[in-house]
Write a protein that binds this ligand. Structure first.
Ligand code: ATP
Ligand code: MG
Length: 655
């Protein structure tokens, strides 16, 4: 049954996608309570999960910026995500799996998931994995990847999931950092029908990692690649192990709340990825609360996140949050446009998806397709779509909200935080979505804007660095894996006397307290003393109807310090065949920026490309574009998705 109101295509759906949460009615008071009385607030939230032993102290904060949430409490992430639901919902689907790459479609009830996970944990245990050991998971989007994650935390071991298909050098540095006891991998991944054999990459990475390489590698053989070379004594076939341990089930290992659950690397958009370490209890509580207060997902419903388990969205909103809540998580292997651009919506209809989570970059891909695909299916189960990872520009947000007729909510957060920092919480009243803005600080986060130079807080209408006053709420990173000092130096050194957490993003707040993200602080463009966020200029460029997507970077200029240059993807590439129309379009775009932001923001040049260089997680690699535009080396490209993107930038600048 749908309770949606028919909306006119240009109207703005409000954030009221679920109005049944009474204590959210006065969001300001709710938020204030979470900031002023964090122990009371989070002590209450802690009841959402099972504690084998309750905590002694909700917040232990003796050594800022380190904090321990639910200190002294004993719990387990796997128990809370799986075992706890066995009594109430054993036959409900916990994990539904669809691969449009292999054609496999299958599902696991909570009872079946429990058996797979407890058995997988027994297999890991048989390979010597114990509490505190690391398990490196380098897997495609298959159910075994989720089993491996849950099995690891079941044992109190620590997973490090590395995005499947990453090159061997990137994988090797992550192996070196984690020094895993065991690695879990598969023969191959598939992307748009293209086979990516994993095992040769793994073998190379293991050789590169030297003494940090694990003793055992468990390989899930999907039968896709040619018989992978198995090194005797090291490489083990998962199917055989599963057969051998068919009736084995590992017990849950209760761990202290602060015990690390996983290590996960940031996307590497601005430089060397950081190994974010997450705790156990704080993370579980934060995710469980977010499912109600932010996403409005309920037990028994289906949550569909289109991300990959290799990213934080995958960790939090493919695996843990939906399962902690007793929902069905839909795990999808495939592209949004194959076999056709209706695939996501077909899945929404089939699995009666209630809440969906994706990224602006994927929506922009769909925007280029025929919108008829969106209307082929019954989407009445869907209540909201959340988008995160990159700025959500107004035209994209408006388009998808209009097509879907559900609220589309921008979520701003980072690998470091593990769950949203800025968004409109479920039921925020009576404020509506303002497109282009993710909205308000989420409960638990005291988000402020700071002047980069003076460290002073800036008021509404002034630009500043987005920071969070300590302590960071539950769920946020505990430290950088085995680098406590780097954690302090990296995140708390911008405004050290206040111990403010710096996001390294640049933003602005309006009179209603709504934030807008202006880009990364590294990318701020300084034109003759005027500081401009990349996002401001990008929005102005992309508001030209011919432009699909754009990246703006600051390029050294002897006169002005820096000038903006734009690299734009046009909607209709045929337009560019004619040099006259190309230069006409460049002029129009520059005029449009001047009209919207003033001449100071004018791009010195607008170059046209078919594709932008992006990280594997879909983020524009501005630092590499900038380096090329300044005639420098593009730098570390290990997280680059498609080398063609970089090549396009080079070509576009050729006279
Ligand atoms: P690295 O930290 O290694 O350079 P990264 O910052 O891209 O990589 P992630 O943690 O995956 O790694 O991404 C978080 C960043 O993505 C944020 O700091 C912000 O710059 C951007 N981001 C995420 N969500 C949004 C959003 N809703 N609007 C604007 N920007 C966003
Ligand atoms: Mg970052």
């Amino acid at each position: 049954m749908s309770d949606k109101q028919p909306l006119d295509k240009n109207s703005v759906p409000t954030a009221r996608h679920n109005q049944e949460t009474p204590d959210m009615a006065n969001y300001q008071a709710f938020h204030r309570h979470s900031i002023e009385q964090p122990a009371a607030f989070w002590g209450e939230q802690a009841k959402r999960i099972h504690w084998q032993r309750p905590c002694e102290q909700v917040l232990a904060y003796e050594q800022p910026p380190f904090r321990q949430w639910f200190a002294g409490g004993l719990t387990n992430l796997c128990y809370n995500a799986v075992d706890r639901h066995l009594a109430e919902r054993p036959e409900q689907t916990a994990l539904a799996y669809v691969s449009t790459e292999t054609g496999i479609e299958t599902s696991y009830s909570y009872r079946e998931l429990h058996a797979e996970v407890a058995r997988f944990a027994a297999i890991l245990q048989a390979q010597g994995v114990q509490k505190g050991d690391r398990v490196l998971i380098y897997m495609p989007m298959i159910p075994e990847a989720v089993f491996a994650m849950l099995a690891t935390v079941r044992l109190g071991a620590i997973h490090s999931v590395v995005f499947g298909g990453f090159a061997s050098a990137s994988l090797a540095t992550r192996i070196e950092d984690a020094a895993p006891k065991v690695m879990v991998t598969a023969d191959a991944g598939l992307r748009g029908g293209k086979l990516i054999p994993y095992k040769p990459l793994v073998d190379e990475a293991l050789a590169l990692a030297g003494s940090a390489a694990p003793d055992k590698v468990i390989l899930v053989n999907r039968g896709l690649a040619e018989a992978p070379m198995m090194k005797p004594g090291r490489d083990l076939d998962y199917d055989s192990l599963r057969e051998q341990h068919l009736n084995d089930r590992a017990e849950v290992e209760w761990v202290e709340s602060s015990h690390p659950s996983y290590i996960l690397y940031t996307s590497g958009t601005t430089g060397k990825p950081k190994g974010v370490q997450r705790d156990t209890g704080g993370y579980a509580v934060a995710l469980a609360a977010s499912m109600e207060y932010i996403y409005g997902g309920k037990p028994g419903e289906c949550f569909f996140s289109t991300s990959d388990i290799g990213w934080v969205v995958g960790h939090s909103y493919i695996v843990y949050a939906p399962l902690l809540t007793g929902m069905t998580t839909l795990v999808y292997e495939g592209l949004p446009v194959h076999p056709d651009p209706g695939i996501w919506w077909q899945l929404v209809e089939k699995y009666r998806v209630s809440v969906m989570f994706s990224a602006p970059t994927a929506v922009r891909v769909l925007k280029k397709q025929d919108p008829a695909w969106l209307h082929k299916y019954d989407l009445s189960s869907l209540r909201a779509l959340f988008l995160a990872g990159e700025p959500l520009d107004e035209p994209t947000a408006r388009w998808i909200a209009g097509e879907l007729q559900v609220p589309v909510l921008d979520n701003y957060w980072q690998t470091e935080t593990g769950w949203p920092m800025l968004t409109l919480c479920n039921g925020v009243e009576p404020k509506a979505v303002k497109y282009g803005s993710p909205g308000l600080p989420v409960y638990g986060y005291d988000v402020r804007l700071f002047n980069e130079a003076t460290g002073e807080e800036v008021g509404p209408g002034e630009k500043g660095v987005i920071g969070v006053l300590p302590p960071l709420p539950p769920g946020c990173m505990s430290t950088i894996w085995q680098q406590d000092q780097r954690f302090v130096d990296t995140y708390f050194s911008l405004f050290p006397d206040k111990l403010v957490y710096s996001s390294f993003d640049w933003g602005i707040k309006d009179a209603d307290g709504y934030f807008t993200i202006l880009g990364r602080t590294d990318d701020v463009i300084n034109v003759a003393g005027h500081r401009l966020g990349t996002r401001e200029i990008e929005e102005a460029v992309s508001s030209h109807s011919a432009i699909a997507e754009v990246a703006v970077v600051g390029v050294e200029d002897s006169l002005k310090g820096q000038v903006p240059k734009a690299f734009a993807v046009v909607r209709n590439p045929a337009l560019l065949d004619d040099p006259a129309s190309r230069s006409q379009l460049e002029k129009e775009v520059i005029a449009q920026v001047a009209a919207q932001l003033g001449a100071i923001a004018n791009p010195a040049r607008v170059y046209f490309v078919n594709q932008l260089p992006k990280t594997r997680s879909g983020k524009v690699l501005r630092r590499s574009i900038q380096a090329l535009a300044e005639g420098r080396d593009p730098g570390d490209l290990t997280t680059l998705d498609d080398p063609a993107g970089i090549e396009q930038i080079r070509q576009a600048m050729k006279p």
